[in-house]
Design a protein. Structure first.
Length: 144
């Protein structure tokens, strides 16, 4: 497993949570709308976090750190694991977040498949039930 050194951003604009969040997003190559979508928040909320107008909840900080490949402590204080330098490897936190989202999507697909299957069965039962009742009436030829 490759080792990462503890990093601290030198730029003074990155000495706040918002500055570090913006720097980590840039280093990860993630757009603001994409990150907001992945977090399930409005882009304006994320923009406010980056501008230090407000701060995300702790659970969002954990998600942000995982997606951006930095430690939550680095986002909060600037000490800890910062953005990776030119690598194609995703940190374990990012992989765990992606796996959790994929599992959630898989479960949702399964739920939707079961729901649609049940609806089709009900529809077919109603169709078969109507045909069975109409078949008892006999042939339609010669009816008035």
């Amino acid at each position: 497993m490759p080792t990462r050194s503890v990093s601290r951003m030198i730029d003074s604009s990155d000495d706040t949570l918002g500055g570090r969040l913006s720097a980590a997003r840039d280093a990860a190559g993630v757009t603001l709308p994409d990150l907001a979508n992945r977090l399930g928040v409005k882009a304006d909320s994320l923009l406010n976090w980056e501008a230090d107008r407000c701060e995300p909840r702790p659970s969002r900080l954990i998600d942000l750190a995982g997606i951006l490949g930095v430690s939550p402590m680095w986002l909060i204080t600037g000490h800890g694991y910062g953005p990776l330098e030119e690598t194609d490897d995703l940190p374990i936190e990012a992989l765990q977040v992606q796996l959790r989202r994929l599992n959630d999507a898989h479960q949702e697909c399964g739920r939707l498949i079961r729901q649609i299957s049940q609806q089709i069965e009900r529809y077919e039962d109603r169709q078969n039930g109507k045909q069975a009742v109409s078949d008892l009436d006999g042939p339609a030829i010669g009816r008035a």
